[in-house]
Design a protein around this ligand. Structure first.
Ligand code: ZN
Length: 288
């Protein structure tokens, strides 16, 4: 009798301990689950930070190299093509060698990430009043366009014109170095750099037929350039002088370059009118 009572008492006493144990276990599981969630959130945060840093670096690199802190007009301000399409497709490495002098029409020479200009090509250059160099054959058309804008009330600055191979190489190498500093492998750094600065030999500025133009109201190479009246005038009138907006919005797949509301390319008046009227790219025009 006595032992039975004692056993009953023991079971009665043990009950709350069991409940306590299971509560502790539950608590531990909850803590574990919370830790897993925290770890996942941490990983997501790191990913977001890394991609944010990359995009900031890309934008900064473009702006830093375009704008070296000098006043527009008098400056040796560097233009940089921003190439948004990544740069690791297999066709990136397959270049057509473009013989500029042997092309049918020099005004329509196509240089882009898939069509590299022949090595050693240097156009006959003319120095403009602000010190920029340009293919001598388009200097008058360019100055006439800038004067036309002025008459309409818009001051236009040239931020970049002809660029030598050496200049393009140094721009590109400086860009690669920045990505290396940021901890990227050599291959990755080159790939990243190529999305910001055109690989030497593939920049239209090396042809001497392209200029980066901005309104005095917005002396920056970013998409807000399109909001100025000066830009609107250029887009509506450039074809009259033989120029086109070379990298329009939404055409990155075709041009290999992001939207650049500042980059204008000389193609001659007929082609310029056809291209601007149809709202197409030089690539599409040449395919027709
Ligand atoms: Zn440009």
């Amino acid at each position: 009798m006595g032992t039975q009572k004692m056993q009953q008492q023991r079971t009665v006493q043990q009950r709350p301990r069991k409940q306590k144990n299971s509560t502790v276990k539950k608590l531990l599981w909850v803590i574990l689950a919370l830790q897993v969630i925290c770890a996942i959130e941490f990983l997501i945060l790191i990913r977001v930070l890394v991609s944010w840093k990359e995009s900031v670096m890309t934008v900064n690199a473009g702006i830093n190299q375009e704008m070296t802190g000098k006043l527009p007009g008098e400056a040796d301000i560097l233009g940089v093509e921003q190439d948004a399409s990544g740069g690791s497709q297999s066709k990136d490495n397959v270049y057509n060698d473009v013989k500029v002098d042997e092309s049918e029409d020099w005004r329509l020479v196509l240089v882009n990430k898939w069509n590299k200009m022949e090595e050693g090509y240097v156009p006959e250059l003319k120095e403009l009043a602000d010190g920029h160099m340009i293919d001598a054959r388009i200097a008058d058309a360019l100055m006439e366009m800038i004067r036309g804008a002025k008459k309409a009330g818009h001051t236009i600055y040239i931020l970049s014109a002809y660029r030598s191979m050496e200049k393009q190489i140094s721009l590109y190498e400086a860009e690669v170095a920045e990505w290396l500093d940021a901890g990227y492998s050599e291959v990755k750094a080159e790939e990243k750099a190529g999305t910001v600065v055109a690989v030497p030999g593939t920049s239209e500025h090396q042809l001497g037929l392209a200029v980066d133009l901005v309104s005095s109201k917005h002396v920056k190479l970013d998409e807000d350039a399109e909001k100025t009246e000066g830009y609107k005038w250029l887009v509506n009138n450039c074809h009259k002088y033989g120029f086109i907006l070379r990298y329009p919005n939404g055409a990155t797949d075709i041009t290999g370059i992001i939207y650049e509301p500042w980059h204008f390319r000389y193609v001659g008046e007929d082609a310029a009118e056809a291209i601007m009227e149809a709202g197409i790219t030089l690539e599409e025009y040449l395919e027709r």
